[in-house]
Design a protein around this ligand. Structure first.
Ligand SMILES: CC(C)(COP(=O)(O)OP(=O)(O)OC[C@H]1O[C@@H](n2cnc3c(N)ncnc32)[C@H](O)[C@@H]1OP(=O)(O)O)[C@@H](O)C(=O)NCCC(=O)NCCS
Length: 167
């Protein structure tokens, strides 16, 4: 079952830092492969039996969408990793008629999980959402994906009264 979650934003604190890690926005073609590597590894257990995504899937999901903005996709890097280790994207949505930001495809490579990278990516997304004038952020996940549910709960996301609609 899909869990619809949301969080009302407060002015972001300037604590979106994690020692040794940095976050940058989508930088062009090489980041497509980085995104696919992270997506395919992070969701491997949840999507067992389904095929890995390809570049065509990436374009269908992101760059071919009218709401695509390269500055709304982020990648986390670690000093001792040769490629990005986590990613998230933001899309516009509506919550009960009010514009909101929606979290899209949050994923951290399995070997880099539980080090605060997911929290860092969401802090960066929430700060960007605030700057854009959004005051609520929505997230969707599967209610039987316990790590994702615990993750969002730990960051203050709560079940939303109604699902989001596209902007
Ligand atoms: C969900 C996901 C992005 C979390 O990323 P992460 O970098 O491991 O998360 P963080 O280290 O920032 O965790 C922040 C907090 O969330 C909670 N949390 C995260 N993973 C958890 C887990 N496996 N079990 C229990 N709590 C968890 C904890 O409270 C954690 O704080 P703590 O480590 O200080 O206890 C990662 O597990 C992932 O990529 N999963 C596969 C893809 C997915 O489910 N994406 C999101 C749903 S679409």
């Amino acid at each position: 079952m899909i869990a619809h979650l949301s969080k009302v934003l407060q002015p972001p604190a300037s604590n979106s830092r994690l020692h040794g890690f940095s976050v940058g926005t989508f930088g062009g073609a090489p980041d497509i492969q980085h995104w696919l590597n992270i997506r395919n590894a992070a969701f491997a257990s949840q999507t067992a039996g389904s095929r890995p995504w390809t570049e065509a899937d990436f374009h269908r999901e992101f760059t071919h969408q009218p709401t695509w903005r390269r500055e709304w996709m982020w990648f986390a890097t670690a000093p001792d990793a040769t490629a990005p280790i986590g990613t998230v994207a933001m899309t516009p949505a509506k919550r009960q008629g009010t514009p909101a930001a929606s979290i899209s495809w949050l994923a951290v490579l399995p070997e880099w999980q539980r080090r605060g990278v997911g929290r860092l990516l969401i802090a960066v997304l929430e700060a960007a959402a605030w700057e854009e004038g959004f005051r609520e952020v929505a997230a969707e996940t599967r209610s039987d994906w316990a790590p994702a549910m615990r993750f969002y709960r730990s960051l203050g996301y709560r079940p939303a009264a109604r699902p989001n609609t596209c902007a």
